[in-house]
Design a binder for this molecule. Structure first.
Ligand code: MG
Length: 357
């Protein structure tokens, strides 16, 4: 009988149960990010109205009628490395990412604020390129950039450039998308291929070459959202599955709405080159970031109409129905695999791809 192989050096590094310092995993969008929110930020700001369940907060205006327009507000920081990558750059990402966090709440993006943290030594031509790209992205999405701030840190104390964007939008009356809405029987849809952004970044970092250049999918999703809401006013919830990927967005849904989610592997739209790169790098496309895709949940009867509307939009051509909300295994996401088995798709435990957005 062969000896049992010694696996001592082969265990995955799981993060300590209660870390005493900030770890890269606290920025993963997975389990550690959720713990940081739950244990540190939410207790501090709960009674000040912090909404940590959705991508945006929506506020009633003091002068407005009840049930009229609401102000939607969101903020996000961008630390992606490298700052230029196929299909985009940190500036375009900062504009589109913030627009999308408003859009998935059904809010029309109106204006942005941007704060820049610059490292001493950053080439001004690079900053100029990023700013021009932000301008393009704003024009493309029809949004204004109306205020901002610039700070500089010493050489070696930053990494070229970080951007924080804050977005303001208007949420029309009658739209109430919430992570608490989905219920068993609902269908889960994605607007296109998953993992493109994360793999585009990783391919630059790791020097992986494809036959065709794989580009980030960064795009503003508000137009697509309008088409979806028009076709399917009963839409329950949407999220842009950025860092942590589709798995993290659906795990948040399962946990918060106390439902199970069952995905079908064969239905997941994944580019061949993304699948190949994931296999090469030991990554699961379900955990890889997207920057121009959304995941949506709708009642089963309306899912076909919604899917058709998504496919009719340029940013939703590869949309697919990928799963179902179920009453079984509340709080847990599962995947029915190509060979017929079913496995749990847990929340990301550590950090798979640091500084991906
Ligand atoms: Mg988001």
């Amino acid at each position: 009988m062969p000896d049992t192989p010694n696996m001592d050096g082969w265990q995955c590094p799981t993060p300590p149960a209660a870390p005493e310092q900030v770890l890269l995993g606290h920025g993963s969008g997975g389990r550690l990010s959720a713990a940081l929110l739950r244990n540190l930020f939410i207790p501090a700001f709960r009674d000040l109205g912090l909404n940590a369940e959705e991508d945006q907060a929506s506020l009633s205006l003091p002068c407005a009628e009840p049930n009229s327009l609401r102000l939607a507000l969101t903020t996000d920081s961008y630390v992606v490395r490298p700052i230029f990558f196929p299909g985009g750059d940190i500036g375009r990402l900062a504009v589109n990412g913030t627009i999308n966090d408003l859009a998935v709440g059904g809010a029309r993006p109106i204006a942005l604020a941007a704060a820049f943290i610059l490292e001493e030594g950053l080439a001004l031509s690079d900053l100029q390129r990023v700013v021009a790209s932000m301008r393009d992205a704003c024009k493309q999405a029809g949004i204004n950039l109306v205020t901002g701030d610039t700070k500089v840190v010493d050489r070696g104390k930053g990494d070229q450039l970080y951007i924080t964007t804050t977005g303001f939008g208007i949420a029309p009356p009658g739209v109430s998308l919430s992570v608490r809405n989905p219920r068993p029987g609902d269908r889960v849809l994605v607007s296109g291929t998953i993992g493109d952004h994360g793999i585009a970044i990783m391919s630059v970092r790791e020097g992986i070459e494809f036959e065709t250049v794989l580009e980030s999918d960064t795009a503003p999703l508000y137009d697509l959202v309008v088409a979806m809401l028009e076709a399917c006013p009963t839409l329950r919830w949407m999220r842009d599955p950025t860092r942590g990927g589709l798995s993290s967005a659906l795990n948040e849904l399962a946990t918060t709405a106390h439902v199970g989610v069952q995905l079908t592997e064969a239905a997941l739209p994944i580019r061949t080159e993304v699948q190949a790169a994931c296999e090469m790098l030991g990554l699961d496309p379900l955990y890889v970031a997207n920057e121009g895709k959304l995941v949506a949940v709708a009642p089963a009867d309306d899912a076909g109409r919604l899917l058709a509307a998504m496919r009719g939009h340029p940013l939703g051509r590869k949309a697919a129905l990928v799963g179902e909300v179920v009453a079984d295994h509340a709080g847990v996401v599962t995947l029915r695999s190509l060979i017929g088995g079913e496995r749990v798709v847990p929340m990301l435990a550590g950090e798979q791809l640091p500084r991906i957005c």
